[in-house]
Design a protein around this ligand. Structure first.
Ligand code: NAD
Ligand code: UFG
Length: 334
């Protein structure tokens, strides 16, 4: 297939590009490089043997996006492009709504105008909001309880895609709800390398390990969990990338929704201990106050992805830490 990845130079997009190229797909990327670097394209080539064609463009530039679709007939779009920092989304909500929702609408318009009818969208477990059970299933209600504008953009885009699919019944839409993507490619060539200050646990642990941040603040140890720290479902980014390859095989008209997670919950303290085990060094850390909006525990029920996509995670928390350290070592050598 000829596949366009929006946001494809970013963290998850670049790993997915590698897996798609390895499977023989033709990959092209559009990204405005707001949170990634063009040098990622060479890294993708080093790993997968082929450099994706690259368009530096903003999805909000409707004319340019339309032109890209008019020039090339894509079989599928995988739509990663979006702003994703929860805290920042509270500070600049309009920019998040404009970029994430406006960008998606611009993309869908260009797709419809140029007869490209398949889309896979990067959604998030955040759309589940607050649930009674920590084990999230695709059939649960989404929307209520989402604590920040970023999460609401994901929820709203899901709703837009559902409406769009009703109005355009020949469209094939797959929504993938990621849990907590972490880790790096085992080559050490690509990984989570956000521009600016990181917000998520693993990039912060990496910054602490390389001395850029003095210590990790563990946000709360008084949650209702066995060790008091929050529990999440961390998924190796290579497993996640393979989930996209699997999802391509089952695209069908209408909207299909899948959780991509391991189904296992791991606490912040367990993540820190696994990192320390892999590095052989203690990680400077302090217990800090709770972070607003954090839930004590959630993880995926991944049964639907297993049954319908024949996909499940294969890599462990130890693999995640080894690959993260390998990536960190290479980055620090640059
Ligand atoms: P990322 O920031 O590394 O990649 C996103 C890419 O999109 C970046 O390269 C950025 O430059 C680009 N981009 C943003 N707005 C754009 C626009 N208007 N036009 C063109 N390019 C634009 O993020 P990621 O971690 O790879 O996440 C990919 C997708 O997965 C995002 O939609 C994110 O919300 C979603 N997601 C991520 C996580 C996570 O923890 N990483 C969890 C759940 C869902
Ligand atoms: N944490 C710390 N210290 C830090 C950073 C994080 O203790 O410096 C803790 C958090 O409190 C949380 C856990 O580590 O308990 C994971 O935090 P992340 O910020 O890495 O991830 P979240 O679960 O908060 O959110 C992530 C993405 C969201 C997405 C959500 C569900 O950032 O985009 O997963 O998929 F919506």
């Amino acid at each position: 297939m000829r596949i366009l990845l929006t946001g494809g130079t970013g963290y998850i997009g670049s790993h997915t590009a590698v897996e798609l190229i390895k499977q023989g797909h033709e990959v092209e990327i559009v990204d405005n490089l707001r949170n990634s670097k063009a040098s990622v394209l060479d890294r993708i080539e080093q790993i997968a043997g082929k450099k994706p064609k690259f368009y530096q463009a903003d999805l909000l530039d409707t004319e340019k996006i339309n032109q890209i679709f008019a020039e090339t007939q894509f079989d599928l779009v995988i739509h990663f492009a979006g702003l994703k920092a929860v805290g920042e989304s509270v500070e600049i909500p309009l920019e998040y709504y404009k970029n994430n929702i406006g960008g998606t609408i611009s993309l869908l318009e260009a797709m419809r105008a140029n007869n490209c009818k398949r889309i896979i969208f990067s959604s998030s477990a955040t759309v589940y909001g607050i649930q009674e059970s920590p084990e999230y299933v695709e059939t649960m209600q989404t929307g209520p309880g989402i604590s920040n504008p970023y999460g609401r953009t994901k929820y709203m885009i899901e709703e837009i895609l559902k409406d769009f699919a009703v109005a355009n019944p020949d469209f094939e839409v797959t929504i993938l709800r990621y849990f907590n993507p972490v880790g790096a490619h085992p080559s050490g060539l690509i990984g989570d390398d956000p521009n600016g200050r990181p917000n998520n646990l693993m990039p912060i642990i990496m910054h602490v390990a390389s001395g850029k941040i003095p210590y990790l603040s563990i946000f709360g140890d008084d949650y209702n969990t066995p060790d008091g720290t929050c529990i999440r479902d961390y998924i190796h980014v290579v497993d996640l990338a393979k989930g996209h390859v699997a999802a391509i095989k089952t695209l069908k008209p209408g909207v299909s929704i899948y959780n991509l997670g391991s189904g296992k919950g791991v606490s912040v303290k367990e993540m820190v201990a696994a990192f320390e085990k892999a590095s052989g060094k203690p990680l400077p850390q302090q217990i800090a106050g709770r972070r607003a909006g954090d839930l004590d525990e959630f993880y995926a029920n991944p049964a639907k992805a297993k049954a319908e996509l024949d996909w499940q995670t294969e890599l462990t928390i130890d693999d995640i830490m080894v690959d993260t350290l390998n990536y960190l070592k290479r980055e620090n050598q640059q």
